[in-house]
Design a protein around this ligand. Sequence first.
Ligand SMILES: [Fe+2]
Ligand SMILES: [Fe+2]
Length: 265
Amino acid sequence: MTVVAQISDLHVRPEGELYQGLVDSNAMFARAIETLNDVRPVPDLVIVSGDLTDEGTPAEYAMLKSLLATLTHPYIVLPGNHDDRDALRDAFAGHTWLPRSGPLHFACDVGAIRLIALDTSVPGDHHGELGVDQLAWLDRELAACRDRRAMIAMHHPPFDTGIPYLDLYGLRQPEALADVIAAHPHVDRIVAGHVHRSMQTRLGNTPVITCPSTTTQIALRVDADASPASYMEPPAFMLHRWADGKPAVSHLSYIGRFDGPLPFA
Ligand SMILES: [Fe+2]
Ligand SMILES: [Fe+2]
């Protein structure tokens, strides 16, 4: 059995500062860690799928590191559009699998699964892109693990959400990624963040799942005229679990403490 937890879009701020001046994203991330530390079975790995910080500053990465120090499971981080590649690289210098320059993509083994992390961030911008070089790297990595199930983790999901202000900052040319994935049916699923809401679709035949934020959730306004808004809906994390050689089951679970357990199923 292999168990991978996923959290996303922490938007950590410098100590004592609020996200958008309104929301204590640091306290909400601390609650997410408390929930993850209690999850059973114990995750083999936690993926933090981007927007680790809100402005990519060293003060925010320092706060992020001090909060992550309380997480009892191993974790990997990938950048989102609110991160800064170099500041992230400096903050996680001990993560020796991160490339020393360019996009922060990497591959690693988690139990029976090959995890491939892509860097969709574009320095200085908010939309996502995967360049020709990164797609060629992905193709080579996938060709090298045909004997196993693979999971791809990335910040910007490769589809249009129908929420107009999100799609302005979506992944450009998702078809290029689809072309690579089509040649590799051992890609079990693609997991992403960025949209601050749980969504499921497919890229070709491959499932794509997004993880909610540990802080605010994007308003469900699937309307061409919708204006940007967020809600304090319950934050959540994902738990992807592989067993018996079968595809993963991806569970969404809310962060916090709730009444129960009640004595029935
Ligand atoms: Fe975000
Ligand atoms: Fe994002």
